[in-house]
Design a protein around this ligand. Sequence first.
Ligand SMILES: [Zn+2]
Ligand SMILES: [Zn+2]
Length: 119
Amino acid sequence: MNHDQGPSAADLDAIDVEWPLIAAELDVLDAAISLIYAEDHGGPSAMDWRRVRRAEARVTRTAAELTARQHGHVCRLVEVALTTDCAYGCKVLRCRDCGGEQVSHRAVYGCPVGSSRAA
Ligand SMILES: [Zn+2]
Ligand SMILES: [Zn+2]
């Protein structure tokens, strides 16, 4: 293995493609942090929760768009199980059409994989 070379063009492309998803996940993290903050100030409001749900919905949508580009169709992801990859109750999603599975690690559940996805 040669580790002297920097990221390949393909690696950079992958980062480029994944960036919207990473940004969406950072939004979830942001919203989750404001929830924690709100707990010290009278509890999260309906608006705080709505912000989390909206951010999560954006992650799901962005992930679907991403796989659509990779698989050539829009995956219709359904929750099939909880993953055994981590102990945080993150979900395994499976596409009804191509059977492709992906694990949705969420920083919101306290999962460190969710918060270090950019790596
Ligand atoms: Zn699919
Ligand atoms: Zn996880």
